[in-house]
Design a protein around this ligand. Structure first.
Ligand code: TXE
Length: 479
């Protein structure tokens, strides 16, 4: 049994109350460890540690901060296999996916922001005849980073890396459903002698630990990735305190396929954009719009490919592992039932999957494709966050843009066409923070990342994140 501990002021410790929560392996459906069920007292201790560490952390030289962040990246890299297995065990995702994507991207996040802080420029503005302005971007103080369970270490580092790089100290809370790799990162901090109190990791429930971080007047900014309902509650609390907040929330992303696309490339990528990580990525294309002329061809081939996908034990070479929890599995299956009530036709999948052998009690859902639903029904409006996609035919550019923009979300979109003018036209009209043309989920860490409407507030990535994690001050000097 694994016993996860809080990491506060460089010390590993249980919750003060000593109470714990169960840690479950979703592919086995069984408990494999525990994590602290921390309370407000644990959070306050972490905030005190972060406050005490701030004065010395904020004045470190760029090189010193670079070296320390790089040590964290290299520390993860040196224990790659351990991190990969932990991520897969905690989340249910295939090990190959954690090895190809989650853990390498977590390492990249740390390396990227270690270097970004060295290249983060200050602006100056000359006011003719009067003087000179220069802009300081200074660390804010103690900041809170709250991350979800779908890409655990990847999104945890996506927040803590720029926060630390910008000179802040951090109180971080990983999801209580997948805390394992954040805990392993705290052991890396100890190994490499990361300064005490600079990064504090408090484990436990969102309604206790997360809320205490958000409510504290000593925490000057909150970076959150998670569901829209939680994001709204956090936003309200931050507004009361005029606290800086960055919210990366859900999506209901359109995947728009025109008849003039490169069919083979589109097909292979659409299988990935629909079902990677069991569909539990906020960027997955869950609404697939297909131009009518190629609708039947698309449908036949897509279903053939989906039926070949293997589901099961994430430690093996399967395409699809377990979804993250029993509750989440029931949420997904509930949406499939709703699809039937709303008049949808299940073309493939639609049920819980029970693998033979040791994973028979795990939480698996068949990759599911549904057609026949209007674009305004609940299934095409609400985020399911599982291996479920809908097919929707369209005729014209105007029609598909209007349907694509019809949800409360606006995170990401993919457009498939070989016609460059059309791609630019549609990209301009789509309400989303990210548009990919003829590809999906290609990430350049320098680019702005985030959503419109109920998909969030603010942008992360590159200097956007450095700006979020700093306070801006203009200084004017009279000639
Ligand atoms: O996420 P929560 P949940 C979507 C997805 C999913 C739904 C709900 O549709 O089905 O959200 O998932 C912490 N104050 N996404 O409920 O609650 C919590 O402990 C402060 C999309 O699991 O948003 C965890 O660390 N923090 C998404 C984090 O918030 C609180 C990824 C996220 O959990 C809190 C995950 C509170 N009051 C789910 N309550 C994406 N955008 O990628 C909870 N938390």
């Amino acid at each position: 049994m694994i016993a996860i501990q809080n990491y506060i002021n460089g010390q590993f410790q249980a919750a003060r109350s000593r109470s714990t929560l169960e840690l479950k392996n979703p592919s086995l459906g069984s408990v494999y460890g525990s994590l602290p069920d921390s309370d407000v007292e644990d959070v306050l201790e972490a905030i005190q540690a972060a406050k005490a560490a701030f004065p010395s952390w904020k004045v470190l030289s760029f090189e010193q901060r670079f070296d320390l962040l790089l040590k964290l990246a290299n520390g993860i890299e040196a224990r790659m296999q351990e991190f990969v297995e932990a991520e897969s065990m905690d989340n249910g995702k295939p090990q190959w996916l954690a090895a190809q994507s989650d853990i390498p991207r977590a390492i990249s996040n740390l390396k990227f922001f270690a270097s970004a802080q060295m290249n983060f420029p200050s602006e100056s503005h000359h006011t003719p005849g009067q003087g000179l302005n220069y802009t300081l971007r200074q660390p804010i103080g103690v900041v809170g980073c709250i991350s979800p369970w779908n890409l655990p270490l990847y999104l945890f580092t996506w927040k803590i890396a720029p926060a630390l790089a910008a000179g802040n100290t951090v109180v971080a809370k990983p999801s209580e459903i997948t805390p394992y790799t954040a805990f392993l990162l705290s052991t890396v901090c100890e190994e490499v002698g990361f300064p005490k109190g600079v990064l504090n990791i408090v484990h436990g429930l969102g309604g206790k630990v997360g809320q205490a971080i958000v409510e504290s007047k000593d925490v000057k900014a909150i970076a959150f990735t998670g569901g829209t309902v939680t994001g709204r509650a956090i936003n309200i609390e931050c507004a009361k305190q005029f606290k800086k907040v960055s919210l990366e929330l859900g999506g209901k992303n359109p995947n728009i396929i025109f008849d003039d696309c490169d069919f083979e490339d589109m097909m292979a990528t659409t299988v990935r954009s629909s079902f990677t990580n069991q569909g539990q990525i906020c960027l997955c294309g869950s609404r697939i719009f297909i131009q009518k002329i190629i609708y039947d061809k698309f449908k036949t081939e897509f279903i053939q490919r989906i039926q070949k996908l293997t589901v099961g034990n994430p430690a093996t070479e399967v395409n699809i592992g377990a979804v993250v929890s029993e509750d989440h599995m029931h949420k997904i299956l509930g949406y499939i039932e709703l699809a039937k009530e709303e008049g949808g036709k299940i073309l493939t999948g639609g049920k819980r999957f029970v693998p033979k052998g040791e994973c028979e009690n795990g939480y698996f859902v068949e990759p599911t494709v549904i057609e026949g639903l209007g674009h305004l029904c609940r299934l095409n409006q609400e985020e399911i966050f599982g291996p479920v996609v809908t097919l929707i035919p369209f005729e014209t550019e105007d029609e598909v843009v209007s349907m694509a923009n019809s949800t409360p979300y606006g995170l990401a979109c993919t457009i498939w066409t070989e016609n460059g003018k059309k791609a630019h036209r549609v990209a301009e009209r789509i309400d989303s923070g990210i548009v990919w043309v003829n590809t999906w989920m290609v990430r350049d860490l320098r680019t702005p990342f985030g959503g419109m409407k109920e998909s969030g507030i603010g942008r992360e990535g590159g200097f956007e994140a450095m700006r979020f994690f700093t306070e801006t001050k203009n200084v004017f000097i009279k000639y």
